[in-house]
Design a protein around this ligand. Structure first.
Ligand code: SAM
Length: 252
């Protein structure tokens, strides 16, 4: 597929800022539902200002880091485990934001940062890999200033089920989807610690459509494993699956 055709498939009016980035760039760096759209949706609920220090935790190929730096002028520590910082630095240099982005290789439980260093902690498509442990927020939140912001966005469910999978999703279910949770689950998971106050806990409006559009575009472009997930999203039609968004601030 040529790049113009891909741009057309990825046109999404809900994300005007993301429309300024090439579809090929997004698909080449893709590791899950489009992180650039998710970053734009998260930023709608956060206050991001030039010069702020932002942790992009589990940034993968740093697409969200590049987007946030370019769109909001924030300084980003693009931190990931699987994708090495030299690869991300190449992407950052190509995007001409090397003065604003610091690629870091780190595991989520051994972060090489000073306490209260960041103005905001952001995590897209990643927090559910390490953040479902009841005690993790106590570790993670120490890196943001008191009163500072936290935001996450990742695949999730509309509600919690007694038993998994929900019957209509059984043909597609993989065991690790058990880490996908509802907005209410995440709100309670964070607020029960008393460490943060949640401001937004919702399903991204039309998040399932965004996710499906993304997977279909990736599939049509290169036949990536997006097809099975697309079938699952089509079968569900937004009943259960979507993207869960949560924002909060650290209590004083
Ligand atoms: C599905 S990818 C999403 C990447 C990117 N944020 C995106 O949305 O495209 C999940 C990312 O979480 C990161 N990750 C998972 N477990 C981690 C851990 N224990 N410590 C640090 N990063 C982790 C991986 O390195 C991976 O890049």
């Amino acid at each position: 597929m040529d790049d113009a055709e891909l741009d057309l498939l990825l046109r999404n009016e809900r994300y005007p800022r993301s429309g300024g980035y090439s579809g090929r760039w997004m698909v080449d760096g893709g590791m899950g539902p489009n992180p650039v759209w998710q970053a734009e949706a998260l930023a709608e609920c956060m206050r991001l200002e030039p010069g702020m220090r932002v942790l992009d935790m589990g940034c993968g190929t740093a697409l969200s880091s590049i987007f946030l730096a370019k769109e909001f002028g924030v300084e980003v520590w693009a931190t990931d485990l699987w994708v090495k910082p030299d690869e991300n630095l190449r992407r950052v240099v190509e995007a001409q934001v090397e003065d604003l982005i610091h690629p870091i290789h780190a595991e989520a439980h051994t972060l090489p940062f000073a306490e209260e260093f960041f103005d905001a902690l952001i995590s897209i498509g990643a927090y559910h890999y390490f953040g479902t442990d009841d005690l993790y927020l106590g570790y993670y939140s120490r890196f943001v200033k008191r009163g500072g912001q936290l935001g996450i966005s990742q695949p999730g469910l509309a509600e919690e089920y007694e038993a998994l999978p929900p019957p209509h999703l059984a043909p597609y279910w993989k065991w690790d989807f058990c880490a996908w949770h509802s907005p209410d689950w995440w709100r309670r998971h964070w607020e029960k610690t008393g460490l943060v106050t949640v401001e937004v806990a919702d399903r991204l409006p039309d998040g399932w459509r965004d996710w499906l559009q993304w997977n279909e575009a990736c599939d049509q472009d290169s036949g990536t494993p997006g097809r099975e997930e697309a079938q699952m999203l089509q079968a569900d039609a937004g009943q259960t699956l979507g993207l869960t968004r949560l924002t909060a601030h650290r209590n004083p």
